[in-house]
Design a protein around this ligand. Structure first.
Ligand code: ZN
Length: 486
């Protein structure tokens, strides 16, 4: 499948490329759906109180090392006062899980679940979440038992999107704890669509162009160990058996001592960008622009020519720490690529006077693996088959399983708290989804400070994968005041 085509297809969902079908708008279904607008569903109570097991599972899945979520001693001594739940888990506590709790099967269908049933019955059985907006009054603590009530805010008329014809349903859920205290709210928009009515996620795009594979390297007796290493997933550096000197590219004779005897060292895969260039002209068919050719200096001291990947060309900087990615990527054999390393998590919390509008958060790559998608979906209690069962995802018209919106929210929150520090409080998280996160991709976050107002800082962010923007949004954090000492 042509990936650029798919990206366009999915983007059109959010950009509202739509045409109103007049007969449908007037249809009985549309009238019935409009009756749902303003309806409030039943008060739902979480199956489990906020608990550390679910929190740890979430943090493991999303590799979120925020100490306030899992380190009790740290949390007690911090402004949090005790362990808190990751705020982006807000709606995970009320997710149904794999089986509906006993006694809820025959619940009257009011509000959102009624609208979803109406749509299911009319054949709009597929669902994709497009927007999520969280507001947090306070962080949840162990033992909080969440309750939530949802109201249907809006049901769109029938829209023709790249995924299929469907209706957007927007709901607002208010969350309280067991004593009725308001803890947060969520505005959520999904598209319920008829499978098979879109341009089709599995169809070849019109005008899709096949990119030929890169030419194979010439492999000699001296360089075979290097290419064999890549097939084994490691980057090998030629080492002189006599004097131990490392060199790259491999040579026939040691330039230091003249020996002809070599073995190799295995690189740690860490290094820094020594130099880089973005080739523009001439165009080579197997190198899709834009791309970056980098000279990376490895920790071991040798340098190699490579491509810097998962990073927009204008974000590449000399001295930037990078890590090895061994992949095929448009080649017949494994090649060594380099991408930026995940920025280090900030230990002490950023103060307001350290932040200015326009400040940039370093690019942060998130390798999208099947494990990440499945583990984070289950950690958020989202058992929709498209997030864990490849065969069923394909049957539903998707090329593979894809990440759920809660996991994306969690990753956005992680990106911002890693930058802001563990005592920064996330107050609002508002995201819009675009191209899905499928396995074997990498999403790279970019962010910058949009505004500083009072003690609130708004960060604008974007998570870009190889198909296009997966997520765009804003995160509002409250930072400790400048008058406080650290
Ligand atoms: Zn030597």
């Amino acid at each position: 499948m042509d990936q650029a085509f798919l990206a366009t297809l999915l983007r059109s969902v959010n950009h509202g490329e739509s045409k109103v079908s007049s007969e449908t708008q007037a249809s009985e279904l549309y009238q019935r759906l409009q009756v749902r607008v303003g309806q409030t569903g039943p008060l739902e109570t979480a199956r489990d109180a906020v608990n550390s097991a679910m929190i740890r599972h979430w943090c493991d899945a999303l590799e979120d090392h925020h100490p306030g979520y899992t380190d009790s001693d740290w949390a007690k001594a911090s402004l949090h006062g005790d362990l808190v739940a990751p705020p982006a888990m807000l709606n995970a506590w009320l997710m149904r899980g794999l089986l509906p709790p006993q006694g809820t099967e025959s619940q009257t269908e009011e509000g959102a679940s009624g609208a979803y049933s109406d749509l299911d019955a009319a054949g709009y059985t597929s669902v994709v979440a497009t927007n999520s907006e969280h507001e947090y009054d306070r962080y949840l603590r162990i033992g909080d038992l969440l309750q939530g009530r949802s109201r249907v805010e809006e049901v769109s008329d029938e829209k023709t999107t790249g995924l299929g014809v469907g209706h957007f349903v927007t709901t607002l859920t208010e969350y309280t704890n067991q004593s009725g205290e308001s803890v947060g709210r969520m505005r959520f928009r999904i598209l319920k669509f008829k499978p098979g009515t879109g341009r089709g996620m599995n169809q070849e795009g019109e005008g899709s162009t096949e990119v030929p594979l890169r030419p194979d390297p010439g492999i000699s007796l001296e360089t075979a160990f290097f290419w064999d290493g890549l097939e084994a997933g490691e980057l090998r550096i030629q080492r002189c058996e006599e004097c131990g000197v490392l060199q790259h590219p491999p040579m026939v004779r040691c330039p230091a001592c003249g020996s002809y005897r070599f073995d190799y060292a295995v690189s740690s895969g860490r290094g820094r960008i020594y130099s880089h260039v973005e080739p523009v002209h001439p165009h080579f068919a197997s190198f899709e622009p834009p791309y970056v050719v980098g000279l990376v200096e490895l920790e071991e001291g040798t340098r190699l020519i490579t491509n810097i990947v998962d990073l927009e060309p204008d974000q590449v900087e000399i001295g930037m720490p990078v890590e090895l990615v061994v992949e095929r990527r448009n080649s017949g054999r494994n090649l060594p690529f380099f991408r930026p390393v995940r920025p280090e998590r900030r230990i002490s919390t950023r103060r307001l006077d350290e932040v200015q509008v326009g400040d940039v958060l370093g690019p942060c790559p998130v390798p999208i693996t099947a494990t990440l998608i499945v583990a984070s979906a289950i950690a958020s209690r989202d058992y929709q088959d498209v997030h864990h069962d490849r065969e069923l995802a394909v049957l539903r018209g998707s090329p593979d399983i894809f990440m759920n919106i809660l996991s994306t929210s969690g990753l956005c929150a992680r990106y911002v708290t890693d930058w802001a520090g563990p005592e920064a409080l996330i107050r609002k998280l508002s995201i819009r989804l675009g191209a899905p996160n499928y396995p074997h991709d990498t999403m790279t976050f970019y962010g910058s400070v949009n505004s500083v107002s009072g003690d609130r800082v708004e960060v604008g962010l974007r998570g870009q994968n190889r198909l296009g923007p997966h997520v765009t949004g804003t995160v509002e954090v409250e930072l400790p005041d400048r008058t406080q000492s650290d």
